[in-house]
Design a protein around this ligand. Structure first.
Ligand code: FES
Length: 111
């Protein structure tokens, strides 16, 4: 399923949320682009299961180096989704497999 055009994501930057069925459940997902690499995650913090963003496309910290949960400040590695700091340290966002096809970010798993 197409999530968004790659050209619409700054590097570094993020876009979302986008609706996607994941493991048979309706979820929201977001896409992160950093250092030329693209990753996508379910928009659900492993701490309190809340969405990470306060506004659309606002998934990164001020320096655009880490994913930031706006609820209680957990920080996540933008490539792996692993929590680096905060109340869910050591746990991870659920990663969604994506590919770039014809300039679009496409979810390979889920649907
Ligand atoms: S819900 Fe994300 S840090 Fe608490």
């Amino acid at each position: 399923m197409i999530l968004c055009p790659l050209a619409e994501i700054a590097d570094p930057g993020a876009r979302g949320p986008f609706p996607l069925t994941v493991d048979g459940r309706p979820e929201q997902v977001f896409v992160v682009r950093m250092n030329g690499r693209v990753a996508a995650f379910v928009d659900r913090c492993p701490h309190a299961r809340a969405p990470l963003e306060m506004a659309p496309d606002q998934f990164l910290d001020l320096s655009c180096s880490e994913i930031l949960c706006s609820m209680h400040g957990a920080r996540f590695d933008p490539a792996s989704g692993r929590c680096l700091l905060g109340p869910c340290k050591g746990r991870s966002l659920q990663r969604i497999e994506v590919a770039i096809r014809d300039g679009m970010v496409v979810a390979v798993a889920g649907g």
